[in-house]
Design a binder for this molecule. Structure first.
Ligand SMILES: *Cc1c(COP(=O)(O)O)cnc(C)c1O
Length: 221
């Protein structure tokens, strides 16, 4: 085999990740989101065969190509959008995803509300916080977070489930994770989507309830 990105033994990898998650969670429930962006349906099928049902994708169009056929045989797939969402794709996103983790501006809230009304269903929503206030990153600025979360709570009620963040690279992520969890606590929001391949155990120690793991599960991209 000369494949640059061989599919690792996905079942064994998922089992090992679940052991690490369980150990770090110390009795709390933490959900593994298998981030399958750029990976082929065959890799997702291998994960499904290993019992993994929660997946994350960062592009609406890619998810729309890969997941509807998989849902035919696995209707209980739980699909999360973890990448930026354009307002003109809100309707597609509402139809495709069980959880949208990247709500970060009023115009997108308007588009999601309209799409949900039209389609008669609303996915779970997370507000993405730009927890490091990085100019190039998506998410709500920290100074605006409280007001935005309150407004989304008023608008979407219980569909607003929690917060998501991606801390700055090259820094200790723990203070950022703790701040995100404190924000979620303050607003009484149960879901905290933080932690990726390199830092999920730290995120869990800080209070993550969902970790988004790509390369440590499916191999490099
Ligand atoms: C790609 C991606 C991940 C997974 O990253 P890995 O380092 O491969 O685990 C998690 N969250 C978001 C938002 C991503 O885009």
């Amino acid at each position: 085999m000369t494949d640059d990105h061989p599919i690792p033994d996905i079942a064994a990898t998922i089992a090992a990740l679940n052991r690490r998650i369980t150990q770090a969670a110390a009795g709390r429930a933490v959900t593994l989101i298998a981030v399958s962006k750029t990976k082929p349906a065959t890799a997702i099928e291998a994960a499904l065969a290993a019992g993994q049902l929660v997946f994350g994708e960062n592009r609406v169009q890619e998810a729309a190509l890969k997941f509807p056929p998989l849902r035919v045989t696995h209707p209980d797939i739980d699909l999360h959008l973890i990448g930026p969402l354009q307002t003109n794709k809100a309707r597609d996103a509402v139809l495709l995803f069980d959880q949208i983790e990247t709500l970060d501006r009023p115009k997108l809230a308007d588009a999601l509300a309209a799409a949900a009304e039209r389609e008669g269903s609303m996915p779970n929503l997370l507000v993405q916080i730009n927890i490091g206030d990085e100019p190039q990153k998506a998410g709500v600025a920290r100074a605006e977070a409280d007001a935005f979360i309150r407004a989304m709570r008023a608008r979407f009620g219980a569909a607003l489930r929690g917060l998501m963040a991606i801390p700055p690279v090259g820094q200790d992520p723990a203070p950022y994770f703790r701040d995100l969890v404190a924000m979620a606590d303050h607003h009484g929001l149960p879901v905290r989507s933080i932690g990726m391949s390199d830092d999920f155990e730290i995120a869990i120690a800080c209070g993550a309830t969902q970790v988004r793991i790509g390369s440590a599960l499916f191999g490099g991209r």
